[in-house]
Design a protein around this ligand. Sequence first.
Ligand code: PLP
Length: 488
Amino acid sequence: MGGASAGRGFGRSPGAPPRVPQRLLASAMAEDQRGKAATLALRRRLLSCSRAPGKTSPSGGPLSGPGAGQTVTQEGTESPDESSSCRLFFPEDPIKIVRGQGQYMYDEQGAEYIDCINNVAHVGHCHPLVVQAAHEQNQLLNTNSRYLHDNIVDYAQRLSKTLPEKLCVFYFLNSGAYHGHLSSLIDISPYKFRDLDGQKEWVHVAPLPDTYRGPYREDHPNPAVAYASEVKRVVSSAQEKGRKIAAFFAESLPSVGGQIIPPAGYFPEVAGHIRRAGGVFVADEIQVGFGRVGKHFWAFQLQGEDFVPDIVTMGKSIGNGHPVACVATTQAVARAFEATGVEYFNTFGGSPVSCAVGLAVLDVLEKEQLQAHAACVGSFLMELLGQQKAKHPILGDVRGVGLFIGVDLIKDEATRMPATEEADYVVSRLKENYILLSTDGPGRNVLKFKPPMCFSLDNARHVVAKLDAILTDMEEKVRSCETLRLHS
Ligand SMILES: Cc1ncc(COP(=O)(O)O)c(C=O)c1O
């Protein structure tokens, strides 16, 4: 990690610890390193258990997850026969964050980082109105949803105002629940099941509607229809095997897929194929909902004003860090669920505190006009990144909407081969410059911007200036290596 104080030109908030005097810096840093090493060692001990001998996944890696007898340690710090299923950001030099405010995070030395990763702290880390709402309701009552309470009703009504009229039934939960803790959900997550037992015969995977790297690209006359025909093909092939179609699941903007922006009109076409086959369309808004895309409140609305999914899932940003999640659906789907006779209950979902928090998040979004802000700052950031693309050949594609932006790093323009190591290097250099950014996509080469919605124009300028400096320096280094090679 770099210096103990921020050393940056803007944004130090009131109440942030004062800068460490120069003469104390060395000992503070040594102390910091000792503290961090101790925390890491303790974390490793607490998370570790021995791996069951001989158990490996189909890909040859150790099995992990409940019951797999995993060893959980930190990547890069463990002995070679240990594995890690709990990952830290920047494992080679993890950060100990002790405080967050707005779009900033602070480590234990008071160094301030701009957070470009955290789409959960949607309206800003520790937003005072959200914290206050939780605190006030906590002082009154927190219990499950088996009693009448105004908060749950008010919250469902407020959410319904943001959605098409048909989506009028709400189930509250405390997690989006897909990170590999339920086998049923691992089974429908290709990036998970590919490392485990493989694809079940009742799961069918359609190609990602990626117009940069997929089969139908930016030069295709109608990529929306072309990618939707792929879904139709998948549906027909399942039906030929005697299978029925239950549902189509998609993130409205696939993030783990590499910050993909599906061509407009793709979802309505797909929904047509799916509904004709008897299935429902599920739009996952967990990373991209609540105004992040700027132009609309929900990312599925980018697909056409009239498009209405049958089910919308919400999480992460919904509670600004408080564990809230929600499934919104139609009366028809809700009635079909009810007809199974299975009760819906979730211990924490829909509690008065969760709903107070959810309501406060909606209030802040409105009061601070964060959706419009995301549109404005997002298009400014896209513009700046576009200028960088013209300057640095490694930037193959800049795509995004609002404050959901991906920068696709490539080895060369002809093959568009993912520049994975370079992306990793850029992210670690940005972190040295107190900017937190992550990569995503199957090639882990897409720089992924999804900051809290209060991310500012100044932040955008600052981050892009640092990115420019890092890329220029990288290119310089590559050039001098090549010169050295030529002369040797
Ligand atoms: C797109 C998407 N859907 C669902 C989830 C699951 O949310 P949770 O971690 O609350 O289970 C995540 C979490 O990363 C996600 O990114």
